[in-house]
Design a protein around this ligand. Structure first.
Ligand SMILES: NC(=O)c1ccc[n+]([C@@H]2O[C@H](COP(=O)([O-])OP(=O)(O)OC[C@H]3O[C@@H](n4cnc5c(N)ncnc54)[C@H](OP(=O)(O)O)[C@@H]3O)[C@@H](O)[C@H]2O)c1
Length: 258
């Protein structure tokens, strides 16, 4: 029987590219997102063998919804070998604007609680089997706080810390926990950005590198590698210099800016 990957955010960008990469490697797919039509159209266009994929409708911001999808996957397709909590949103915020606090709640619900809820149902069966990989998609934006991007940066910093906690908890279980931090990847999420995106990488190339990192047993990986060095540099940059470098940089679009 082929190995199985459960991936959220499979209706677009990185999730779709990861699904394709794993399909090419012979895996069966559990594709998860809210837009099931997008996933079905994509699967048909790519000529996927219907015996090798299932589509699950879930909103990761609703714990019951994503847990139900995970349980259905366990019933229909079995215990996955790889679970990738990839669904995420990136929205700018201004703390002085009341509506943007709701944006922050939403970003945390999707990027953080949604990520943990994606893993939840798989932890016991994977640990009982003694194998598998739980992959959290963080971001280089989680390394330092970027002006105008407080909700997203905070959420991705939380992804990095949360996955590290989980890694320690599952250390002796045989289940690998991995954080992947993308730099700038060319997807609908970044196509609206109004600032320069150094080392921009296609989603397919990203997926190939992520696949290799997961298979190679990494615990933390920044992709592309150049952004790994940027991330290391950002960590040690003194605050006064960091603030000066970021000063005047165009900000991420807020929800009312479309
Ligand atoms: N692109 C980059 O440069 C970059 C950089 C760093 C990190 N990342 C991270 O990589 C991940 C994927 O991003 P992307 O660039 O591929 O973005 P994208 O093209 O906008 O795709 C986002 C995916 O997340 C899903 N999603 C959003 N909200 C959801 C919800 N409430 N419930 C279920 N699914 C939801 C969307 O599916 P539906 O709308 O169909 O539900 C979609 O499939 C995100 O976590 C993002 O933060 C991306």
């Amino acid at each position: 029987m082929s190995q199985l990957i459960f991936v959220t955010g499979a209706s677009s960008g990185i999730g779709q590219a990861l699904a394709w990469r794993y399909y090419q490697a012979g895996y069966a797919l559990a594709l998860v997102a809210r837009r099931t039509d997008e996933m079905q159209t994509w699967a048909t266009q790519r000529g996927l063998d219907p015996a090798r994929y299932q589509i699950y409708s879930a909103d990761v911001a609703e714990v019951d919804s994503i847990v139900a999808a995970a349980q259905l996957c366990l019933q229909r397709q079995g215990v996955p070998d790889v679970v990738i909590a990839n669904a995420g949103v990136s929205i700018g915020m201004d703390t002085a604007v009341r509506e943007d606090l709701a944006v922050m709640i939403r970003v945390f619900a999707i990027n953080n609680v949604g990520l943990a809820a994606t893993f939840h149902a798989f932890i016991d069966p994977m640990a009982q089997r003694g194998s598998g990989a739980l992959v959290g998609i963080g971001s280089v934006a989680g390394i330092r706080g970027l002006p105008g991007h407080g909700a997203y940066c905070a959420s991705k910093a939380a992804v990095i810390s949360y996955c590290e906690s989980l890694r320690g908890e599952l250390r002796d279980s045989g289940v690998q926990v991995l954080t992947i931090c993308p730099g700038y990847i060319d997807t609908p999420l970044t196509q609206k950005n109004r600032y320069a995106m150094p080392f921009l990488m296609s989603a397919d190339v990203f997926a190939d590198k992520a696949f290799a990192a997961i298979r190679g047993g990494a615990t933390y990986r920044v992709i592309p590698w150049q952004m790994g060095w940027v991330a290391k540099g950002l960590r040690v940059l003194p605050n006064w210099l960091f603030d000066r470098v970021l000063s005047g940089r165009p900000r991420k679009r807020r929800v009312t800016e479309g």
